[in-house]
Design a protein around this ligand. Structure first.
Ligand code: ATP
Ligand code: MG
Length: 558
């Protein structure tokens, strides 16, 4: 392809709203252009990269035995009502009506659509295992579309779905996808981790792993062990005390040394920081009490003063659909005190109290007294706080012991979730009636797995990892062209002829080439080439600062 013909408008300046490097560079290099918030057009270079990503993903899906199909993006609301998700998916689901007033949604994901197809077309266990996939545009009205392709409202996803008759089958299908994802990430040249994750809104049971590209701009925190293979996202990572046997289980008589709880004034000291500096103590000396509402019911969560509550863990433990921090009014109603002074002793009796393991393990602590400007000391978990709901309710912190091997420490990285593999079980197949007859002619719901890759997000994630201050540096496997041929003096007849010859030869050899046939100054050509990213990181050094004789090839020899 000739550069005079390709639609690749480059910009010297990044758009003002572009915070992420990938957003800046993809726009500057003319790969993408915004049409609306979180909605992008892909220009020829961007679309060529997308095609490369799709090619690699298709090859690995096919190799894993999955079959490609294509489902509609326009989905009847009825299907989503059958699964129960129409009501709970919330404003992210783009809903619309046809001219007859029938309700539809633009697909953010396709469990319902595929389960309904399989329900109608697969009737016998003999037709499974079956894994299908598609590469398709998805729609999610994200609250905060940002970072360009990293969080769009319209984006490209590869989604695969597996169907099996039993748990062993599901294990094998899941494993095949899991392995394929590793191959894809490696072929794309990504630094990534497969991390344990929370199942979130898609639901289902069993394992879920996120494939996360490491990058500072990432919104996820990847927790990994310095010594073993353990890796999880922050929502999921177990606190090290999980490994400490019997944490919190105190022997009888163990409370003997602590005096009875004693109230004392703490005027205006609402936060742990204010208390710690006001009283000259470490944050870990305090028991922090946070009041939440879980599906409307009040819940108190107790964590040590230096720890943070993990709302996902709380939500999972309660089996609640929604958990959020209670408002001032609720806090006052259940504790009788303003926010900042709630504590475990004397809460309204209907408040469920969840005690983090590390609180249970404290010999004593200082807690809110459920009265304004007052705290209480010598609070002994087990003696003054019932320990029947002890669990892991906190975020892990960097540097703490690994819950698995105990030898290593937990370290944190930022990451971008680029893929996700779930075992869904029968959640959607049962709801939509995707059943088959088993060998004993009994009707069984199929076991499903679902496996997503954000294809457009991947494009941005690769740029996050592969760029320098001059522009993108594509890994060879995904570059829009294999060769960027840049005759630096197009006006020079000999150089032009040599370039044309080489251009023709490379194309004949099946190599994709972008020929810079513009009559531009060399500086402009090289700056654009740096931005486009189809060359080695240090190739500009080949040209040094001497544009006149900078061609590393002798055109006579071509
Ligand atoms: P996130 O937590 O980032 O919102 P998710 O958990 O909602 O993602 P999934 O439902 O697992 O995402 O979707 C599968 C894949 O689709 C994700 O791993 C991600 O790569 C991609 N993806 C999800 N939302 C977006 C988006 N708004 N823009 C681009 N890609 C996305
Ligand atoms: Mg996810």
């Amino acid at each position: 392809m000739r550069q005079t013909q390709i639609l690749s408008p480059t910009l010297r300046q990044a758009p003002a709203d572009a915070e992420a490097a990938s957003h800046q560079m993809l726009v500057r290099a003319g790969y993408i252009r915004p049409l609306a918030s979180g909605v992008y057009s892909y220009l020829p270079l961007g679309w060529r990269v997308m095609r490369q990503l799709e090619r690699i993903i298709r090859e690995e899906m096919d190799r894993a035995g999955a079959q490609e199909l294509h489902l509609p993006a326009l989905l009847p609301a009825e299907l989503w009502k059958q699964s129960g998700r129409y009501g709970v998916y919330g404003p992210e689901l783009i809903r619309l009506q046809d001219r007859h007033g029938r309700e539809f949604a633009l697909g953010p994901t396709h469990e319902e659509a595929i389960a309904s197809l399989i329900r109608d077309e697969v009737k016998s266990y003999k037709r499974v295992p079956l894994t299908v996939y598609q590469i398709q545009t998805k729609y999610r009205d994200e609250r905060r579309p940002r970072f360009g392709l990293l969080r769009g409202r319209e984006f490209l996803m590869k989604d695969a779905y597996s169907f099996d008759i039993d748990a062993e089958g599901l294990d094998a299908s899941y494993r095949a996808m899991f392995d394929a994802y590793h191959r894809i990430m490696r072929r794309l040249g990504l630094r990534y981790r497969a991390i344990e994750a929370d199942a979130g809104a898609i639901g289902g049971d069993g394992a879920t792993y996120e494939f996360t590209a490491l990058a500072d701009v990432g919104e996820d925190t990847v927790v990994s062990c310095t010594a073993c293979e353990y890796a999880a996202n922050l929502e999921r990572a177990e606190s090290g005390s999980a490994a400490r046997k019997g944490a919190g289980a105190k022997e009888a008589g163990q409370y003997g040394n602590s005096p009875a709880p004693e109230r004392f004034p703490t005027p205006g000291m609402r936060t742990i920081d204010e208390l710690a500096s006001g009283l000259g103590l470490q944050p870990s000396a305090f028991i922090k009490t946070l009041i939440y509402t879980a599906d409307g019911a009040p819940v108190a969560v107790l964590v040590r003063g230096d720890h943070e509550v993990n709302e996902v863990k709380v939500k999972n433990c309660l089996g609640a659909a929604a958990v959020e921090l209670a408002d001032e009014e609720t806090v006052a109603a259940v504790s009788g005190a303003p926010t900042g002074f709630a504590g475990p002793i004397g809460l309204r009796p209907d408040v469920r109290v969840l005690v983090d393991r590390d609180v249970a393990a404290m010999s004593e602590g200082i807690a809110g007294a459920n009265a304004a400007d007052t705290h209480v000391k010598h609070v002994v978990p087990g003696r003054d706080i019932p320990l029947d709901t002890v669990g892991d309710y906190r975020n892990v912190i960097e540097g703490e012991a690994c819950p698995h091997c105990g030898d290593g420490r937990l370290q944190f990285h930022r990451g971008i979730e680029v893929g996700h593999v779930f075992k869904l079980g029968t959640k959607y197949s049962a709801a939509l009636g995707a059943t088959v007859l088993d060998p004993n002619a009994r009707e069984q719901p199929l076991l499903m797995g679902c496996y997503g890759i954000g294809v457009s997000r991947l494009m941005a994630a690769i740029v996050e990892q592969h760029h320098d201050e001059r522009g993108i540096i594509w890994p060879r496997a995904v570059a829009p062209f294999q060769v960027h041929l840049i005759p630096v003096a197009w006006k020079d007849e000999a150089q032009r002829q040599a370039a044309e010859r080489l251009y023709a030869q490379l194309q004949q050899a099946g190599i994709s080439v972008l020929l810079d046939d513009r009559e531009e100054r060399v500086g402009v050509k090289l700056a654009d080439a740096d931005l486009f990213g189809m060359h080695r990181k240090d190739s500009h050094k080949l040209f040094s600062n001497r544009p006149k004789d900078c061609c590393p090839f002798n055109p006579e020899n071509l």
